[in-house]
Write a protein that binds this ligand. Structure first.
Ligand code: ADP
Ligand code: MG
Length: 238
């Protein structure tokens, strides 16, 4: 696992500025939550770290490597998408191993990693199924499993719980927290849901209007909001 540093990162789409001079230091092993209203640029910021969007200015560092000009595959991070993005025609196992042969990982090593991840996520019994034969929660675990087998330097999760029903959302939230503990993983989790942010984060990055409004522990954000916006958004006492 590695730390992630953003230095004055900016992004615009045409004339529309979406992220402006965002700087952040994320420690190795932190569970960072990007919290903010819809459209504030959370996904764009995450996608720039993943390499799925180019940066228009600034630098992104993962560990001791500058990565902002590298393609996604060379950044050694795993992204878990909201819609799971599993291949429908492949089994769970093949979904998890997809692409690992290309980086010349030996087959026994792949098998071992899948077995370990499947055990961690309790999806051992689902390995031969296809995505259509899984529940939403199971698909979500497979998507996380696919990330785990890559042994990434960090996990990036974009609203991974928002397609789940309320009960499952709470359960998966707890599981994610446990997974973070067990793996000591660096995680960046995007959400517009204050409760998710408060219960999961080691630190919350509140985004609004292209910029970072506040960075702090859930307690700091809640008890000492830096602006009226933060206070309103997290529901702090007036
Ligand atoms: P969030 O994830 O916080 O809801 P996004 O990062 O998805 O916000 O979007 C931030 C802003 O950038 C929005 O106004 C959105 O419409 C715009 N945007 C995102 N992606 C693109 C794109 N590919 N082209 C043009 N505008 C985009
Ligand atoms: Mg988004």
């Amino acid at each position: 696992m590695a730390d992630i540093r953003l230095k004055s990162v900016s992004k615009h789409f045409g004339a529309v500025r979406v992220i402006e001079n965002v700087s952040l230091n994320i420690e190795s092993g932190e569970f960072i939550v990007f919290l903010g209203p819809s459209g504030c640029g959370k996904s764009t910021l995450l996608r720039m770290i993943a390499g799925l969007e180019s940066v228009d200015g600034g630098e992104i560092w993962i560990g001791d490597r500058r990565v902002d000009q590298l393609p996604p595959a060379q950044r050694e991070i795993a992204m878990v998408f909201q819609n799971y993005a599993l291949y429908p025609h492949m089994t769970v196992k093949d979904n998890m191993s997809f692409g690992l042969q290309n980086i010349r990982m030996p087959k026994p090593e792949i098998e071992q990693r899948i077995a370990n991840a499947a055990k961690t996520l309790e999806i051992d019994h689902l390995l031969e199924r296809r995505p259509a034969q899984l529940s939403g929660g199971q698909r979500q675990r497979v998507a996380i499993g696919r990330a785990i087998v890559r042994d990434p330097k960090a996990f990036l999760l974009d609203e991974p719980l928002s397609n789940l029903d309320a009960g499952l959302r709470v359960r998966t939230r707890v599981e994610l927290a446990q997974l973070h503990q067990r793996m000591q993983a660096t995680m960046i989790f995007v959400t517009h849901d204050q409760t998710e942010a408060m219960t999961l984060a080691t630190r919350i990055v509140v985004l609004n209007n292209r910029k970072v409004e506040q960075i702090g522990t859930p307690m700091e954000i809640y008890s000492r909001p830096a602006s009226r916006f933060v206070a309103n958004f997290v529901g702090s006492p007036a």
